[in-house]
Design a binder for this molecule. Structure first.
Ligand code: NOJ
Length: 701
C-alpha cells in the first residue's frame, strides 16, 4: 500500500462532492482578490477551498489555517503557495543570471535558502522552477529560466527541485516544487507571450520535455500547465500532453495545477463554449487543480451529477492533493511558528550566499587592454546612467517579498568598495560628459528596468533606448576608458555599443547584493567566471538564433550568395552561447579520449588539460559538445552533453576528466521513437559553443 493510502481513502469516503471539488480549487489571496477573510472564510468553513496563492503574513496564514482545521467539517488543512522564483526576501540573481554560474551547487543552495525563508513565513509550495527552454529572447520570460540549452536546463531543474524539496517535503524548511509551464511555452510564435506554439513532436521530445523529466526524476511534486495552445490545443485542456505525455510516458504522478485563470481561458481560446465546458475539458485532460478562477467550483458537481464527467476523475485528482498534504506533514503540523520569520528570513548567511551567486553570475563580455579590473591607483570614478542608482531594478522580475530598499544599487556598491575614491553621479548626458573629464574611470550602466522582462514583457526590439545609446556615445568621445555595465532580463543587441567601450559586463538583474557583487568584480577581488546561457544576437532580426541549430544544406558563408544567412546582418551572433571572459586566460591542451571505439550505452571516458595562463586565479567552465557526423535525421551542429566548472590558480594546469553516457547521444524520430544510430561523433572540448579541441569517436550499435 502506498504512503497514507488508508488515511486518504478514509477521508475521501467521508467527503461530499463539494468538499472534493474544494480540494481542487486554489484561490488568490492578495489585494486583487479583496479582503482575504471576507472573500473566503465561508468557503473555507464549508471545505470548498483546498489551497491559496498568497501574499499574507504568518499570522494571517495561521488564522486561515485555523478556520480550515477547526471550523470545517473534516478539518483538512490548506496549502499556501507563492511564486518564490529567485529568493523570498533575500533576492538572488534572476534565474537566467544564476544559470550563467554553471554551478549546480549554488543553484541548489539558493533554492534551499529561498525555501527556508518562505517556509519560515508560512508557505508550503513554490511555483518554481520554470524549466522552459527559451530560444527566442524576445520572449520576456527568458529571464525566469536557464536559457536555450536543454542539457543545462536539466541539470538546473534537478538542482532546484533538490534545493526546494530536500529529501523529505515534510521537513519544516522545505517547499513543494512545481515544474512549469507544461509545455514548450518558450516557443511562442514571434516570441510573443501566451501565443500559440506549433512544433514537431520530435522537437518537443528532444528539446522541451527533458527538463520536465529531469525535474520529475528529481522528485518534483507538482507541474503547472502553460497558457498557450500547443499544436492547436490549449495546454490546460490538452489530453495528449497531460495524459499521454506527462502521466503515461513521463511517469508523473503528482499534482497538475493550471496556470492562473487558464482553465477559464479555454473559453477565450474558443475551445470551450462556456465555463462548464472549460471545466470539463480541463479536468478530463488531467488538470487537477484550478488556480485563481472558480469554474471547477461552479460546474464540476453538476457535470458529475449529470454523468458528463466520471466522478472517479475528480476522486483521483483529490487523492493527489490529499497525498501532497499528508506528505507535507500538514495533518500533523498545520501551523507555522510565528517567531521563525524574524530569525530565519534575510539572514547574514543568505546575504553572503546572494553575494557569491551574484558575483558568479556576472559575465565579462569584453575587456580590451585589460581595462578591468580598475587600476589600484584610481582616485575619481564617474558612475553614470539612471540604472546605476536604482535599487528597485536590481530585484528583477518575480521578486517575491524582496524590498527595493534592501537592495544595494550599483552606485552604492561602488561607493562602499572604493571608499577611498571620489565617486560621482551624473544628472544627464551633458553632466556625465563634463564630469567624465575629471575622472580616471567612467562607468556607464544601461539596459532594462525590472519591468521590461518577465511575464507579458515580450519585446520586438532588444536594443538599448536612444537615451542610453547616446550616453554611451557621448562618453566614448571623452577619450576616457569606458566601462559599460548592462543590466537586463534578456540578451540585448549591443553591437554598436560594444564598439564604444573598452569593457562590457553583463550584469542581468542580480538581486539584493547587486551593487556589492559588481563592485567586487570591478575591483578585481573576484575574477568573472560567468558564461552566457543564451545567444546574444548581433541584430534584432537575428533573434531566435541558438547555438544548437541543425546542419542546413547551405551553411552560412559570407563569400557565396545562396547560403543560410541574412543579407543585412552578420552570420554570427554578437556573443555565442557558453561565452564569457575572465581576468585571466585559459588554454586547453591534450584532449584524450580513452575509448574511441565503443558501443551505444557504454561510457565514454576522457580528459583534457586546462592551464591558467594569465595573472589571476580564476574559474573556467569547461564545456563538452557532441556532433553526430552522419544521421538519418538532420542533427544539430553541436549539442552540449557535459560541463564542469573548475577553479585554477594562476600558472597551474589541471587535468579535467569526463565520463559520458552514450545512451543519451540519440534523437527522436517520429516513427521509431528514441533512436541511437551507430555512428561517428565529433567530441569538442571548448570554453564556449565555438572553437575548441576536437576528436572523433566511433559509436557502434
Ligand atoms: C502566471 C504565471 O504564468 C505563472 O508562472 C505563475 O506561477 C502564476 N501566474 C501564479 O502567479
Amino acid at each position: 500500500m502506498r504512503q497514507y493510502e488508508e488515511q486518504i481513502e478514509k477521508l475521501l469516503s467521508q467527503m461530499t462532492l463539494d468538499e472534493k471539488i474544494g480540494q481542487l480549487t486554489q484561490m488568490g489571496a492578495n489585494v486583487l482578490y479583496g479582503d482575504i477573510f471576507e472573500a473566503n472564510t465561508d468557503y473555507i468553513k464549508r471545505g470548498e477551498i483546498g489551497s491559496f496563492i498568497v501574499g499574507c503574513t504568518p499570522t494571517q496564514l495561521n488564522e486561515l489555517q485555523r478556520i480550515a482545521v477547526e471550523e470545517s467539517r473534516l478539518g483538512i488543512p490548506l496549502l499556501f503557495a507563492k511564486d518564490v522564483i529567485h529568493g523570498y526576501r533575500t533576492i538572488f540573481p534572476i534565474p537566467i543570471a544564476e544559470s550563467c554560474t554553471w554551478d549546480m551547487n549554488l543553484a541548489e543552495k539558493s533554492a534551499y535558502a529561498a525555501a527556508k525563508e518562505a517556509s519560515a513565513s508560512g508557505l508550503h509550495w513554490t511555483f518554481s522552477p520554470m524549466v522552459d527552454i527559451a530560444r527566442d529572447s524576445r520572449w520576456g520570460r527568458i529571464a525566469e529560466g536557464a536559457g536555450e540549452d536543454t542539457y543545462l536546463q536539466c541539470r538546473i531543474a534537478e538542482a532546484k527541485v533538490k534545493g526546494y524539496q530536500g529529501d523529505d517535503i515534510a521537513d519544516r524548511d522545505r517547499l513543494i516544487a512545481c515544474a512549469k509551464h507544461f509545455v514548450a511555452y518558450g516557443a511562442a510564435i514571434g516570441g510573443r507571450d501566451y501565443n500559440s506554439v506549433d512544433m514537431s513532436l520530435e522537437t518537443l521530445y528532444e528539446i522541451y520535455l527533458p527538463p520536465f523529466q529531469a525535474a520529475i526524476d528529481a522528485g518534483a511534486e507538482s507541474v503547472m500547465t502553460a497558457f498557450h495552445d500547443f499544436n492547436g490545443v490549449p495546454c490546460t485542456g490538452n489530453e495528449y500532453l497531460l495524459k499521454t505525455v506527462l502521466r503515461e510516458n513521463m511517469g508523473f504522478d503528482g499534482v497538475v495545477i493550471s496556470d492562473s485563470c487558464s482553465v477559464r481561458e479555454l473559453v477565450v481560446h474558443r475551445m470551450a463554449r462556456d465555463e462548464a465546458e472549460a471545466a470539463k475539458y480541463s479536468i478530463t485532460a488531467g488538470t487537477d487543480v484550478e488556480m485563481h478562477t472558480t469554474t471547477y467550483r461552479e460546474n464540476l458537481k453538476k457535470l458529475c451529477e449529470n454523468g458528463e464527467i466520471d466522478v472517479r476523475i475528480v476522486d483521483d485528482a483529490v487523492r493527489r492533493v490529499l497525498s501532497l498534504k499528508f506528505r507535507k506533514g500538514l495533518f500533523d503540523n498545520p501551523y507555522v511558528d510565528e517567531t521563525r520569520e524574524k530569525k530565519e528570513v534575510f539572514t547574514a548567511e543568505n546575504l553572503d550566499l546572494a553575494l557569491k551567486i551574484a558575483q558568479d553570475s556576472i559575465v565579462l563580455l569584453k575587456n580590451e587592454n585589460q581595462s578591468l579590473p580598475l587600476a589600484k591607483n584610481i582616485k575619481k570614478i564617474l558612475v553614470a546612467g539612471a540604472l546605476a542608482y536604482s535599487k528597485e531594478d536590481m530585484l528583477g522580475c518575480w521578486a517575491a517579498c524582496g524590498k527595493a530598499e534592501e537592495c544595494i544599487s550599483i552606485y552604492e556598491g561602488i561607493k562602499n568598495r572604493f571608499a577611498e575614491c571620489e565617486i560621482y553621479k551624473a544628472e544627464d548626458i551633458d553632466d556625465a560628459v563634463i564630469k567624465a573629464a575629471a575622472c580616471d574611470a567612467v562607468i556607464a550602466v544601461v539596459g532594462e528596468t525590472r519591468d521590461m522582462s518577465g511575464e507579458a514583457k515580450s519585446r520586438a526590439s532588444q536594443k538599448l533606448s536612444k537615451e542610453q545609446s547616446l550616453l554611451l556615445s557621448a562618453l566614448s568621445h571623452t577619450g576616457k576608458t569606458l566601462i559599460t555595465i548592462v543590466v537586463a532580463g534578456r540578451p540585448l543587441v549591443l553591437t554598436e555599443e560594444e564598439k564604444l567601450c573598452s569593457s562590457m559586463i553583463m550584469a542581468w538583474h542580480l538581486g539584493t547584493q547587486a551593487g556589492n557583487a559588481l563592485a567586487n568584480i570591478l575591483a578585481g577581488d573576484v575574477s568573472p567566471s560567468g558564461k552566457l546561457t543564451t545567444t546574444f544576437p548581433s541584430a534584432d532580426g537575428q533573434t531566435h538564433m541558438y547555438y544548437n541549430h541543425n546542419n542546413t544544406g547551405k551553411p552560412a558563408r559570407d563569400d557565396f550568395f545562396a547560403t543560410s544567412k541574412y543579407i543585412d546582418a552578420p552570420i554570427k551572433p554578437l556573443y555565442p552561447f557558453g561565452y564569457g571572459l575572465s581576468y585571466t586566460t585559459f588554454s586547453y591542451n591534450n584532449l584524450k579520449i580513452n575509448n574511441k571505439d565503443l558501443r551505444v550505452g557504454e561510457k565514454l571516458y576522457g580528459s583534457v588539460e586546462i592551464t591558467n595562463t594569465g595573472d589571476f586565479d580564476g574559474a573556467e567552465v569547461v564545456q563538452l559538445y557532441i556532433s553526430q557526423l552522419y544521421a538519418r535525421k538532420v542533427r544539430p551542429v553541436r549539442e552540449l552533453k557535459w560541463f564542469n566548472k573548475v577553479f585554477i590558480r594562476k600558472g597551474e594546469t589541471i587535468k579535467v576528466e569526463f565520463e559520458l553516457d552514450t545512451s543519451t547521444f540519440g534523437y527522436y524520430n517520429s516513427s521509431a521513437g528514441y533512436v541511437n544510430d551507430g555512428e561517428m561523433f565529433k567530441i569538442t572540448l571548448s570554453p564556449s559553443s565555438e572553437g575548441g579541441l576536437e576528436d572523433i569517436i566511433n559509436l557502434i550499435k
